[in-house]
Write a protein that binds this ligand. Structure first.
Ligand SMILES: [Cu+2]
Length: 152
C-alpha cells in the first residue's frame, strides 16, 4: 500500500455515507445492481484474531484483526463482474472502499454484521485497484487487477 493511500485511509470518516461512482469516478468504474454478469466472485470478511476467540496475546499486540478472503481478484476490463461481499461477523461492521490507481475513491459500501451485499462492477480501465475496509485498514484490504479487454 502506498503512503498516499495510507494517509487517505487515515483521513476517512468511520461512518461516511455510501456512494457509487459518479462524475469522474464513473470513468474508472460503473457499479449497478442486477444486470447479467459475465463472472461472479464472493469476498468474505474473516476474523483473524479477535477478543472473543483470541489468541489473546495476538489481540493484545495487534488489536482485533480482520481480512478479506480472497484479497486478490482479477477481472477483465469492460466485463460486468458480480462481486458479493459477505460479512461473517455477528457483531462487527465492515465497509468497502474501492480506490483507483490515481488514489481516487470510487465507491463506499457499508457491510453490516451478518449481511451479504451484491453489486455488478464494470471496470473501464485496466490497472490495479484497491479495496479496503475503512474500519480495519490497513490490514483489511485487497487488490483488483483489471486485465485489458480481449481484442478479437
Ligand atoms: Cu472491517
Amino acid at each position: 500500500m502506498s503512503l498516499l493511500l495510507a494517509l487517505l485511509l487515515a483521513a476517512m470518516p468511520e461512518a461516511g455515507p455510501e456512494y457509487l461512482p459518479e462524475g469522474p469516478a464513473a470513468r474508472w468504474l460503473t457499479v449497478t445492481r442486477g444486470g447479467v454478469p459475465r463472472a461472479r466472485l464472493v469476498v468474505m470478511t474473516r476474523a483473524v484474531a479477535i477478543r472473543e476467540t483470541g489468541p489473546k496475546e495476538t489481540v493484545a499486540r495487534f488489536g482485533e484483526t480482520y481480512d478479506f478472503s480472497p484479497s486478490f481478484l482479477a477481472v477483465r476490463q469492460g466485463e460486468p463482474t458480480e462481486i458479493e461481499f459477505w460479512n461473517l461477523q455477528p457483531d462487527d461492521l465492515h465497509d468497502v472502499f474501492v480506490i483507483a490507481e490515481d488514489q481516487s475513491v470510487l465507491v463506499h459500501l457499508r457491510l453490516p454484521p451478518l449481511s451479504k451485499i451484491v453489486y455488478t462492477f464494470t471496470f473501464h480501465r485496466p490497472g490495479l485497484y484497491a479495496y479496503v475496509c475503512g474500519l480495519h485498514a490497513p490490514e483489511m484490504a485487497g487488490q483488483i487487477l483489471v486485465l485489458p479487454e480481449e481484442k478479437e
